[in-house]
Design a protein around this ligand. Structure first.
Ligand code: ZN
Length: 314
């Protein structure tokens, strides 16, 4: 019996590192990438193309992408908030470009300094620029609209579901290849994610395939499970649950890659990941960030004695 494949995208190098006060040296980022790649992870959201003065942690974005490209079979996702960043991300060689848009009008104005309509217009410009590059012989980078604060926002609280659905529709009309919903602040619950994913799937079909959940309030894996049940097969996660929330000091970041991989493999899904090697990568990350709290469970607890290890696909 062939196992149902599930893809995990390691986003710790972007979502995890961007929130830390310290800057991880490029060489350490590449050691992290290599260790996870050895464990069978082959999709990385490797960097964010933003001005270094705003996010010094991402100043080496192009170098990290170049380093990641040297690893066989790696697919590189990057994030860019605007056309300028997107052009740099395309030039660096991104396979997937994520453009974040806020579902919450208040969060959009505060964080991206744009209304949602202005963000959609920027997305359309990025899609046109991508198409232009492709016509000139550049690669056809996939563009994902990452809808953040889709399940609630620390500024305005509730984000009406109708507004999320309308924004997803607008992103697809603007030329995005895919939309993804993100629970940026860890407000979502399983019933809510299943309901909203179903609604967006009605308009997006298989252009909605991935999920981005934070474990801020401990519901990260439960939320993954809720959308796994309705056919979602691509999940963002960060090694050691690295990251956090600027509004909740000490809170955990994205769902931990190793815990998510353990849950999926234990359930019989095929992640292509060797868990022993993934836990080794988590231990390496701990040494690269001394004093940093990591949040996953499985690295500390160890795998169950009878756990069936699936060999990494060479
Ligand atoms: Zn996030």
């Amino acid at each position: 019996m062939t196992k149902d494949p599930v893809t995990i995208v390691e986003v710790g190098l972007r979502d995890g590192l961007q929130i830390l006060d310290r800057v991880m040296p490029t060489a350490d980022k590449l050691r992290w990438l290599e260790a996870e790649h050895r464990a069978g992870v082959n999709r990385f959201e490797a960097a964010s193309f933003v001005p270094p003065r705003l996010l010094p942690q991402m100043a080496d974005a192009a170098e990290v992408v170049a380093g990641a490209r040297a690893l066989p079979g790696v697919i590189i996702h990057t994030l860019a908030p605007n056309l300028k960043g997107a052009m740099a991300a395309l030039a660096a060689g991104s396979d997937v470009l994520v453009l974040p848009l806020s579902a919450s009008e208040a969060h959009s104005r505060a964080n991206i300094r744009k209304t949602r309509e202005e963000s959609v217009e920027e997305l359309a410009r990025v899609c046109r620029a991508r198409d232009e590059r492709a016509r000139e012989g550049g690669c056809q980078t996939r563009i994902d609209a990452g809808i953040s604060t889709a399940f609630g926002c620390t500024i305005q609280g509730e984000v009406p579901e109708d507004e999320v659905v309308r924004l997803a529709e607008a992103c697809l009309e603007a030329g995005a290849d895919r939309v993804a919903l993100a629970d940026t602040v860890g407000y979502a619950d399983p019933a809510q994610v299943r309901r909203l994913y179903r609604r967006v799937k009605e308009i997006a079909g298989d252009r909605l395939q991935s999920a981005h959940f934070h474990d801020t309030r401990g519901l990260g894996l439960a939320n993954c499970l809720a959308v796994l049940d309705i056919g979602i097969r691509e999940f963002d996660a960060s090694l050691g649950g690295l990251g956090g929330c600027p509004h909740a000091p000490g809170a955990s970041g994205n769902v931990a890659t190793e815990d998510l991989a353990f849950m999926l493999e234990a359930m019989g899904f095929d992640t292509g990941i060797d868990l022993d090697r993934l836990i080794e990568a988590q231990r390496l990350l701990a040494t690269l960030l001394p004093g940093q709290t990591l949040h996953g469970k499985i690295a500390a607890a160890g795998l169950p004695k009878h756990f069936h290890r699936s060999p990494v696909h060479a």
